[in-house]
Design a protein around this ligand. Structure first.
Ligand code: PLP
Length: 398
């Protein structure tokens, strides 16, 4: 049994994460086809944006063609300029690092906390205090390269919010913009406030395997009306006169289409149910696996409530008697799809020129983490099959 990356999971198998499309998806999409309104500026785009704003309890929402596009726009409106530096976690999907490069800035990879897997504010502070000097206007400049630090990009890895309070304090102290990558964290909260509204500007993603999907797509969220207007303009080729084709600056084609927004809106209607289901999946994995030697689950804290986008275990091979990759192969053999987390960005060939602090925790999590089947539609029977399979693999080796 093999899972081909990108291909539909074979029948009878338990996939990592597939969308649930049993709500108004078909009806809304049919409406788009009937009205022949498929592309951007259709009525579903506004409805989807309004729905997201209501879910997030405010802010300005600009729907985009992808989460990566939203990150790119977020950095542009934040005023990150070519040559400047952005701090981000060494453990993340690659999109935020790529977005930093799109604006001509450079990445500084900072290690994550060993337990939460999130950007470690202590390491951020250390970098600012030890490797940077003050600029005359109160900012920070990397001493060795002379480059200005403009922003800190907090990624809520696997749906759990990063520790935002100390990051906000550092941002105030060093005049940095806090940008949030909430692509995996729609529905998560930090001290009761929703992910996506914890920094100056945030990016969401509606890619196929995210908490909700629009068959691709994303959104930029900010409380700053001027930033939202600029993002909206940049996303539509910075068109200033739609009839005469006059463009005020170099823009992008980053708007979300009506057909996709229709799908996104139908998904958004069911988001509270999805989040409950994801939480229940995480709780059942915890109950079923937590007493195994060398297995711990990524969880939450008092202040950080996760979206539980993907339930993820850490496998300590010295105690479990099996490492995460061997476990992946054994589970795959039984038709159960799992996935490691990303190669630390500090090692990515795509970002070989970046500045990086030591990243031992990112390395350790990369070696140990395995995300388990977490589809909203996962049945208890199938989940029990996963739990039993993991238990047997660990017991047979320990
Ligand atoms: C999925 C994801 C993105 C990118 O979203 P796309 O919609 O696929 O462009 C960005 N950051 C993180 C952390 C993600 O998981």
């Amino acid at each position: 049994m093999r899972f081909e990356p990108g291909a539909p999971p074979p029948p009878g198998t338990i996939p990592l994460s597939v969308p649930a499309l049993a709500g108004n998806e078909e009806r809304y999409i049919a409406e788009c086809v009937r009205n022949q309104w498929l592309a951007a500026a259709g009525p579903f785009v506004g409805r989807f944006e309004d729905g997201l704003r209501d879910f997030l309890g405010g802010g300005h929402v600009v729907a985009t063609a992808s989460g990566t596009a939203a990150l790119h726009l977020a950095l542009l409106v934040s005023g990150v300029r070519p040559g400047e530096l952005v701090l981000l976690p060494a453990l993340s999907f690659i999109a935020p690092a790529n977005a930093v490069r799109y604006v001509g800035a450079g990445c500084v990879f900072v290690d994550v906390e060993p337990d939460s897997g999130q950007l470690d504010p202590n390491r951020v502070r250390e970098f600012l205090e030890k490797k940077c000097e003050r600029t005359r206007d109160g900012g920070a400049r990397h001493r060795e390269s002379g480059r200005r630090i403009r922003a800190v990009l907090a990624v809520h890895v696997l749906g759990r919010p990063a520790d935002m309070d100390p990051l906000a304090e550092l941002a105030a102290e060093y005049d940095l913009v806090v940008v949030e990558d909430a692509a995996e964290a729609l529905g998560a909260t930090h001290r009761g406030r929703p992910a996506g509204r914890l920094g100056r500007v945030a990016a969401l993603s509606f890619n196929g395997n995210k908490v909700i999907t629009a068959a691709g797509g994303g959104a930029l969220v900010t409380d700053d009306a001027a930033w939202a207007d600029r993002a909206r303009s940049l996303a539509t080729q910075a068109k200033t006169d739609p009839v005469e084709y006059i463009h005020g600056e170099v823009g992008y084609n980053y708007r979300l289409g009506n057909l996709q927004a229709a799908l996104g809106l139908a998904q958004l209607e069911r988001l509270p149910d999805f989040l409950e289901k994801k939480r229940r999946i995480a709780e059942r994995y915890r109950a079923g696996l937590e007493n195994l030697p060398g297995i711990v689950l990524f969880g939450e804290s008092e202040i950080a409530r996760s979206s539980f986008w993907l339930s993820t275990i850490l496998v300590d091979a010295s105690k479990a008697g099996i490492d995460s990759r061997e476990l992946l192969r054994r589970l795959e053999g039984q038709g159960i799809q799992t996935r490691p987390v990303w190669q630390p960005l500090s090692r990515s060939p795509a970002h070989a020129g970046a500045i990086s602090e030591p990243t031992p925790h990112a390395e350790q999590i990369h070696a140990r983490a395995l995300s388990l089947p977490s589809s909203v539609g996962l049945t208890e029977t199938d989940q029990d099959r996963v739990i039993d399979a993991v238990r047997r693999c660990v017991a047979s080796r320990a």
